[in-house]
Design a protein around this ligand. Structure first.
Ligand SMILES: Nc1ncnc2c1ncn2[C@@H]1O[C@H](COP(=O)(O)OP(=O)(O)OP(=O)(O)O)[C@@H](O)[C@H]1O
Length: 331
């Protein structure tokens, strides 16, 4: 038996777990498949994700954290437990300290419930930390100095924009527009233009494989399949990058607007630092083609995509666990 610190990014799209000395040991979609009458968990993570939209009547594949909030706490609790067990939380480690980054807008009741879930999984101590802070640290920023660092973390359910200095958030904005809303916008566009109904996974595929948000972004195409709304029969349509740009314009511009507002509210000394260092993009949404150039054009500051953006938050939890003195006063 040995004690290890565990850092968890409890994301609306993905859960990642970092174990001290080992690095990122788990990376799974935040999906749970349950039997609807008994509420028995049949699968979690990738296995459950493959079932989304393909389950028979008595099985449901749930994303318990949706749109940046905990939509189903009981299932979130079960999922968290399964993942901690999978990395050896109950057996191998004697009472680990667990640091969790949860969606920014969860209520204090939900925070308490997450703490209790982690305690039930065997945690000795539980710390909750704000996502943008962990993202910035995981992206390699030294946010503990008296200088301005700006991070835009675009996940599945939420986008967090924050300016940090001396270890804390100075100005911030959190909006429920991120990867899921991009997928929904693509679905709506294809429905309106081609009268074709597609599923969330197809829509996400279009975004990842050919999507762009910049006029000078990539130019690719993909054949997608769905159900024709008129005939009711399966149909194939070719979609182009330019069309995805058009579909994503509205949600992307709301992220641009949030970033502008945060910059406008930032004290001038810190703004000067941001011009020098640039804005760092983290989260899976940072991988969207052309987003860095579009934000740079709109904000008139350099914008850089962090290395391995989807793991910045969980890597940040690992670093924070090594410096618990810097966060202990908040927990
Ligand atoms: N190459 C890519 N291009 C565009 N989007 C991508 C790409 N890869 C992943 N994504 C999107 O990133 C999102 C997931 O990102 P991430 O894992 O950072 O979210 P999360 O931390 O679970 O969510 P949140 O921060 O809202 O809790 C999904 O919407 C996914 O479609």
């Amino acid at each position: 038996m040995f004690s290890k610190d565990i850092g968890i990014d409890l994301g609306t799209a993905n859960v990642s777990i970092h174990v001290k000395g080992k690095g990122v040991v788990l990376d799974e979609p935040s999906v749970v498949a349950i039997e609807s009458d008994t509420r028995k968990v049949l699968a979690v993570g990738e296995e459950a994700r493959r079932m989304v939209g393909r389950t028979p009547g008595n099985i449901i594949a749930i994303r318990p954290l949706r749109d940046g909030v905990i939509a189903d706490f009981e299932v979130t609790d079960m999922m968290l437990k399964k993942f901690i067990e999978r990395v050896g939380g109950r057996g191998m480690f004697s009472r680990p300290r667990i640091l969790i980054c949860a969606p920014t807008n969860i209520t204090s009741v939900e925070q308490k419930a997450i703490r209790e879930a982690a305690i039930r999984c065997g945690a000795k101590e539980v710390f909750l930390e704000e996502e943008p802070k962990a993202a910035a640290i995981g992206a390699g920023m030294d946010i503990f100095q008296p200088s301005g660092n700006m991070v835009v973390d675009i996940g599945g359910g939420t986008t967090d924009v924050a300016v940090l200095s001396m270890g804390d958030v100075v100005t911030a904005s959190s909006l429920k527009v991120a990867g899921d809303k991009f997928d929904a916008a693509i679905m709506k566009y294809i429905k309106n233009k081609y009268k074709l109904l597609i599923g969330e996974r197809t829509s996400e595929d279009v975004k990842v494989k050919i999507g762009t948000v910049h006029l000078h972004g990539r130019r690719e195409e993909i054949d997608i399949r769905g159900r024709d709304m008129v005939s009711g029969l399966p149909q194939t349509v070719t979609i182009y990058s330019d069309e995805v740009r058009e579909a994503l314009w509205e949600p992307v511009m709301s992220i641009v607007a949030a970033a502008k507002t945060v910059l406008e509210r930032t004290p001038p000394e810190l703004s000067a630092d941001i011009i020098d260092r640039g804005v760092i993009l983290t989260g899976g949404g940072a991988l969207l083609d052309g987003l860095d150039s579009l934000l740079a054009d709109e904000l008139k500051v350099p914008v850089l995509v962090a290395e391995d953006p989807m793991h910045c938050v969980v890597k940040g939890t690992g670093i924070l666990l090594d410096h618990l003195d810097k966060i202990a006063r908040r927990n």
